[in-house]
Design a protein around this ligand. Structure first.
Ligand SMILES: NC(=O)c1ccc[n+]([C@@H]2O[C@H](COP(=O)([O-])OP(=O)(O)OC[C@H]3O[C@@H](n4cnc5c(N)ncnc54)[C@H](O)[C@@H]3O)[C@@H](O)[C@H]2O)c1
Length: 248
């Protein structure tokens, strides 16, 4: 499949997990990728796994308005156009909600929500020219109740809500903006999480997969690739759950 031949795609969070799998998936489908992450060494590892010599990497913090602005200015100069933006970068921590520290609340909201917004808003002028696509990675935490994730759930709820705003605002101008809501994907984020002390383990059932099986990030990458491609041309403004039925 060469759905992304001659397409220029930005992928954030590409140094690890779902972001890395998505970069490799799009690379295998012919995309020229600009991969983005705050972690330089991991990002370079991903780039080294990719085959398209026109692809490149950018080390940046998505929560910095200057970093995201410069990113798209550079892309316009170097690549002249942009066909898709895929926002995957994010962070998670677990706390009892009455113990969340304001520094952690702000950090999670700044990276997950404001960072995703900065990337979208700076990419939109180029995406409007190409009639492109945005795929934002939200979470089942935006749709159902997940304990101990007040800041993370608020950030993901925000991503799902503002993505729908973009979808109606720009849909008739030819853009598709959708969210993917994964659960239980085996990545560094989900492996050995640090939980608050003395949790009520009955609540774990609400964030565990129905069949007890964690899935590979490749199983999210395939969905993201679909939504970013012309195969999803008539899909706009959805939250697509990829959760093995967790919220069913
Ligand atoms: N793993 C899951 O089960 C799961 C479930 C639901 C949603 N998600 C979401 O999927 C996305 C990817 O998660 P993952 O599991 O692959 O995690 P991960 O920790 O493996 O990857 C996250 C990547 O984001 C990068 N990043 C963090 N802060 C950044 C910043 N300020 N600027 C640029 N890059 C930054 C990290 O360096 C890392 O490479 C996240 O948005 C996460 O919330 C994951």
């Amino acid at each position: 499949m060469e759905r992304f031949k001659d397409k220029i795609v930005v992928i954030t969070g590409a140094g690890s997990g779902i972001g890395r799998s998505t970069a490799l998936r799009l690379d295998s489908e012919g995309a020229t990728c600009i991969i983005v992450d705050i972690n330089e060494s991991q990002l370079e590892e991903t780039l080294a796994m990719m085959s398209n010599s026109k692809s490149s990497s950018k080390v940046l913090d998505i929560s910095s308005i200057e970093d995201s602005k410069t990113c798209f200015k550079d892309i316009r100069e170097s690549y002249k156009k942009l066909d898709a933006l895929i926002n995957i970068a994010g962070i998670l921590r677990f706390d009892n909600s009455h113990e969340v520290q304001i520094e952690d609340w702000n950090k999670i909201l700044n990276i997950n929500l404001t960072g995703t917004f900065f990337m979208c808003s700076h990419a939109l002028p180029m995406l409007l020219e190409s009639k492109g696509a945005i795929v934002n990675v939200s979470s089942t935490a935006a749709l159902g109740a997940h304990a101990w994730t007040a800041a993370y759930s608020a950030s993901k709820g925000g991503i799902s809500a503002f993505s729908k705003t973009l979808a109606v605002e720009y849909g008739m101008k030819g853009l598709n903006i959708n969210c993917v809501c994964p659960a239980s994907i085996e990545t560094p984020m989900s492996t050995n999480p640090i939980m608050p002390k003395d949790i009520d383990t009955r609540l774990l059932k609400k964030i565990m997969p129905l069949d007890g099986v964690n899935r590979s990030p490749d199983d999210i990458a395939s969905t993201i690739a679909f939504l970013a491609s012309d195969d999803a041309i008539h899909i706009n403004g959805i939250d697509l759950r990829v959760d093995g039925g967790l919220l069913t």
